[in-house]
Design a protein around this ligand. Structure first.
Ligand code: NAD
Length: 334
């Protein structure tokens, strides 16, 4: 019987994990462990054939040798990001890391569109008015149709292309900028030649570029000054793509009319944790939270049943594949 240990197990992963276990019960014994793969757990791998983890902090480079000594040459990480791993150190021990590069692009695209609709139809303001028993037809509730808006998509990869298609379905005109335009989208988007052109022409700009070093603060003060007045900005990409303080200034001076932020540049200490009544230390986050024109969410654009199932199934399938063939679909250090 093949034995797999799954570490960092979260409650929300349990249904998908139990399903995978049941589907493979004849050949695989799966042990689910809440704790991370730490020194104590490392000492208990002698009879284990494969592991999956969901590491969020730096992975200890000394662990690769211990894994190799136990005959484990593959770590299946249950996320897209893998900068927690020192690939050079892993390579020295011939340990392969796999990730889940894409778990549900549709989920993120749909969330970006949802937030656009909320901004366009002022649903947060409607909710605030209802909470005050204010049933009047205030001008601040008067919306627009998405169909009438020009949408800008920055980055037309897996997620951006899907967002573009959904907006196209509303009947909107969709413009896009990508450093590598996709010819397959010729009936969906009209590519423009720069971010500057894009932001100056659209009513809504939705960001779907990676949070790479090159893309740090792509949306900055100078770029925001070029925006068409009244711009709505959606960031479900990476926090580092936006200079949040510059964005708040654009909201204050009315140049930008509304924003939806699912990824925030300093989210690490906050998103996914319940801060309850504790005082937040981040002044920028506090400003976002109390701003009427900001919709904030804690990096949940991806968070659907489908995405969680893929985040569980794909790594476990990779573990099994690696055990049998020494190969897996998503190895990041082949
Ligand atoms: P992808 O690699 O499929 O597509 C990214 C696209 O951006 C590519 O077409 C690339 O050519 C383009 N690009 C890169 N830099 C650019 C630039 N400076 N200007 C214009 N275009 C540029 O990526 P993806 O899977 O679609 O992911 C997009 C973003 O969504 C990433 O930042 C990812 O981290 C983020 N994401 C967010 C969530 C969430 O829950 N909020 C979940 C998963 C992914």
């Amino acid at each position: 019987m093949t034995k797999i240990k799954v570490f960092d197990v979260r409650e929300d992963e349990l249904p998908a994990l139990e399903q995978w276990k049941a589907a493979h019960q004849v050949e695989v014994e799966v042990e689910l462990i809440e704790s991370p793969l730490d020194i104590e757990q490392l000492a208990q791998l002698a009879d284990v054939d494969g592991i999956s983890i969901s590491q969020t902090t730096q992975f200890d480079s000394a662990f690769y040798k211990v894994l190799a000594d136990n005959g484990i040459y593959h770590i299946a990480q249950r996320s897209a990001g893998y900068d927690q791993f020192d690939l050079e150190a892993a390579n020295l021990e011939n340990v392969k890391i796999s990730n889940v590069p894409s778990y549900s692009p549709q989920s993120i695209a749909e969330f970006a569109v949802t937030r656009t609709l909320e901004l366009v139809r002022h649903t947060a303001q409607i909710d605030r008015n209802m909470a005050q028993n204010d049933f009047t037809w205030n001008l601040n509730l008067q919306g627009r149709t998405v169909e009438s808006l020009k949408i800008g998509v920055l980055g037309t990869g897996r997620i951006g292309s899907r967002a573009a298609k959904i907006f196209k379905g509303f009947g909107s005109e969709v413009l896009a900028y990508d450093i590598a335009p996709d010819a397959r989208l010729k009936d969906v988007v009209t590519y423009v030649d720069s971010l500057e052109t894009l932001i100056s022409q659209v009513d809504v700009l939705t960001l779907h570029v990676p949070g790479s070093k090159e893309n740090h603060y792509l949306i900055n003060e100078a770029v925001l000054k070029l925006a068409k007045p009244g711009l709505l900005l959606i960031n479900a990409a990476r926090g580092s793509v936006v200079d949040t303080q510059a964005l708040i200034r654009s909201l204050e001076d009315g140049h930008v009319a509304g924003v939806a932020i699912d990824t925030y540049e300093n989210e690490g200490a906050y998103f996914r944790y319940d801060w309850g009544n504790r005082e937040l230390e981040d002044e920028i986050l506090k400003a976002l939270l109390k701003h009427d024109k900001v919709l904030l969410s804690p990096h949940v654009a991806f968070y659907t049943d489908e995405a969680v199932k893929n985040l569980v199934d794909i790594p476990l399938d990779d573990v099994l594949s690696f055990i049998h063939t020494r190969q897996a679909q998503n190895i990041v250090n082949p």
